[in-house]
Design a protein around this ligand. Sequence first.
Ligand code: GLU
Length: 479
Amino acid sequence: MIRTRYAPSPTGYMHIGNLRSALFSYLIAKHNNGKFILRIEDTNQNRYELGAEEFIYKVLDLFNLKYDEGPKNSGEYAPYVQSERLNLYKKYAEYLVKEDYAYYCFCSKSTLNKERMKAREEHKTYIYPGTCRNISSEEVKKRLSAGEKYVIRQKMPREGTTSFHDLIYGDVKVENKYLDDNILLKSDGYPTYNFANVLDDALMNITHVTRGNEYLASTPKYIHLYDALRYERPEFVHFPLVLKKDRTKISKRNQDDNLIDLLDNGFLPEAILNYVAFIGWSPKNNKEFFTLEELVKEFDILRISKKPGCYDIKKLKWYNRHYIRTMKEEDYLKFTQSFLEKSYDLKDKSKEWIRDLVLLYKNQISFGAEIVIITHMFFKKEYEFNKECANFLNSDLKILDIIKLFKEEIIGLEEWNREKIKLVFGRIKNTLGVDGKLLYLPIRILISGVKQGPDLIEMIYLLGKEDILRRINLGIYFK
Ligand code: GLU
């Protein structure tokens, strides 16, 4: 039975890259009828960000990545939050000391800092020199009972090589002399990531360790821990980096990358999930749209790429537009109205009016909040023509006549409906002998301030007679 885990540290709010890790781990488990586990890695208490842990639960829930075991769905390997497992780390670290795979280190922070600075000055990579590796057990006892501060370090072999196989990156081999004696247990009693992660994966029976490739280089050290603890080595699956189109890294500070902003702006979970699956993975065929169930069926580890995956907000918008387009009308109305309500006063607007307005853009918007931007002209009272529009209005002498006649026709309309408005244009065409762009564009610019927009008749109808006349009066002196 395959067991994978998503093991986030609540040091920041989940972003697109984190979601991709969670999704891939989930898919690897579920494709093989395995179990997906959530483990919160909160051992770095200094970097704990308030709300980040709750957001992890919220996101997994929203994206339907149900975990079989985890903090809110306990199982036989509980607890699933590392800060609740501190006694375990201590116990196992002491066991490793006993077995000579680890040792107490009493070096002070200032000594280590000095050594580090010196290495930097000499342009060398700092590796702990092993000062405390061979302190006798009597001396260790003495110093411990004197209350000296200590950490526990992993004792790496100094000779030979270490190799392992990664399912994406293939065989990886390093010389042991480059492996640092990692700290396993810190002086505050908390384990480091390097230790807690390995121990928990082993204790929780994780068969496939799935995570970002920033951990690939440290994996040889973890191999030694598995061996020292006499646990079977798991399979390793390191996911390629996620980079943006401009080759920069994803950042939680950036609006386009962080999930809170994306969700707040009306990117749909189905669309985000569908797109994220394609960051560093591709299916056998050219199919582009997948539900989560379809991904579970199709997902094949061997089709994960080694090359960095590209996250492009434009492509995400493309996916989102597709999902908005295919929304049921009723859902779309609720969805868009929630954004309109936040920005505009809809008190005196009828249900039908709002429906007609938002439906006008159903095929066009690529995220929920865009409805606010795109319908702005229906709510604003004043606008200015940009230079290009102003130039156009002044480009032909007939334009003033078209506008004057349009105004008269509108005043004369007794019934306000789409057919009657259409007829107005027919009459202007006959009277002034104008058609096409010359007939329609001046009216469009005059009432909306811009050259492009939705269907003109629909737009005039929705704005209403009174507002159309107000707009013409505002703009009629454009000369
Ligand atoms: N806690 C690690 C992080 O958030 C996860 C690494 C892992 O999955 O092993 O970066």
